[in-house]
Design a binder for this molecule. Sequence first.
Ligand code: ATP
Ligand code: MG
Length: 330
Amino acid sequence: MSDDRAERIAEFIEPLRVAPGSTVRLERDFDPREKAGLKKRKAADLLRTGVELLAEYQSRLAAQDTYGVLLCLQALDAGGKDGTIRHVMSGVNPQGVRVSSFKVPSSEELDHDYLWRYAGRLPARGEIAIFNRSHYEEVLVVRVHTENLVRQKLPDSARGSGVWKRRYREINDWERYLVDNGFKVVKIFLNLSKEEQRARFLKRIDLPEKNWKFSAADVRERRHWAEYQRAFSKMLSATSTEWAPWYVVPADRKWFARLCTAAILAHTLMDIDPQYPQMPEAARKELLVAKRGLEREAPTGMPADPYAARHPSGRDARTSGRRAGKKKRG
Ligand code: ATP
Ligand code: MG
C-alpha cells in the first residue's frame, strides 16, 4: 500500500470523524445525504478496491496475531447496518471475523454489570469483531427508555443523577484499556434522515419479499426520533476520544455508507500496519532441511519442487531447481 493511497483514505474519512472534545449536534453538523461529490458507479469501483484491501490487511492481522480490531456499528432502525456488514466484509476470510448482534438483554445478562455481555464478544488477537449494536445501547435506548435502567437491577448509587456521565466515563476507560492492550476500537454511526427512514419502512411494506423485515415496533420507536437524536448527539460528544474515535457516516445512500465504512476500517488496519511474521534464521534453516527431504521424495520424472519449477525466477527457486531423476541423492 502506497503512502499516497493511505493518505487519500485518511483525507476521505476526516470530515466524518468526530473531533474529541467537540460538541455535536447531529442535525446541524452532519448531513445524512452527503456523498462527497461521488457517483454510485465510481463508488462501486472504489468499494471493490477497498474490499480487496481489507482482505489483504485482515490476512496480515491474523498472521501477526498481535492486534485485534473492534468495530462498533450503531444506527437507528433501517439505518443499513446489516447490508453494510455484508458488503464491506464480503472479501475477508470468515474465520478472521466475528459479528455479534446485541438485542434486548436476557435475564442472565441483566444479572451482570452492563458491560459484561459485550466483554464476552470482544475480538481475539488477529481478529476483527463487529458489534451490530454495541455497548452504546447502554446510553442510547436505555437513556431514551429509562425503564430499561430499572430492569438492570442496579443499586441506587449506580442509577441516580449523573448515571449517563458516569457511563460515558466508564465506556471511555474500558475502550482505553482495550486499546492500550492491542485492541483498536473504531466506532461508526450510520446517520439516517427521518425521511429516508420513512421511505425504507414503506418499501418494506410495499415489497412482499421485504415484509419480514418490517416491524411495527420500529414505527413506534420512530416516534422517539428527536430523543434519539439528542441521545446520539450527547453520546458522540462525550465518547469520541483520541484512542477510540466516532465517525458519523451519511447513510441515506447505502452505497456511500458502505464505501465510508470500508474506508474507515481500512484506515484502522493501515494504521496498525500488521506484518507477516519473519522466520528467525534457525527456523528458516529447519525449513530448508524439510525442503530437501521433500525434494528427495519426488517421483522420477517429476520436478523436485513443483512450485519452484513453475516460478523459476521466484525467491524459492533459488534454493531449489534440481530435478528428480537427475543428480538425485540417495
Ligand atoms: P434488524 O431489525 O435489522 O434485525 P436490529 O438490531 O434492529 O436489527 P432487533 O431485534 O430488531 O435488531 O432489535 C434489537 C432491539 O434491542 C433494538 O430495539 C434495541 O434498541 C434493543 N436493545 C439493544 N440493546 C439493548 C439494551 N442494552 N437494552 C435494551 N434494549 C436494547
Ligand atoms: Mg430492528
